[in-house]
Design a protein around this ligand. Sequence first.
Ligand SMILES: [Fe+2]
Ligand SMILES: [Fe+2]
Length: 142
Amino acid sequence: MKWTEDLSVGIEIIDTQHKELFTRINDLVDAIRSHTCKYKISDVVKFLDDYIVFHFGEEEKYMLERGYPEYEQHRKQHEKFMGNFAYLKEELMKLEGGKKPGSYDLSVETNQVVVDWILEHIAKLDKRFGKFIAESKGMDRG
Ligand SMILES: [Fe+2]
Ligand SMILES: [Fe+2]
């Protein structure tokens, strides 16, 4: 999965965080390819668990500060993703409870869930917010 300019929302701090998410997902993709993912998945899920909460929090804070009219709608999408992610976390915990480091299937599933969601969410909703910010900046300048 490659971060390209057309995924830029035009807000540097948010783009930087998105790039960090891409980097971590790509580490997982590499691990799947090299068949080391079952030892890597636990770290990836734990990292994402923290980082996604942080990232969503930052976006939502920024939206509130700027009086974004679609804040509530956007926040709900974040919440929905957290629900899907919680399922992956549970699956991982079940494996760990059974003293297994992780699994190939869970790695592939995590990859799919996160990649599909992230690309779609950034391309549609995060960019929509970026556009709102760009337009309101234009208005400030008169
Ligand atoms: Fe985002
Ligand atoms: Fe978002």
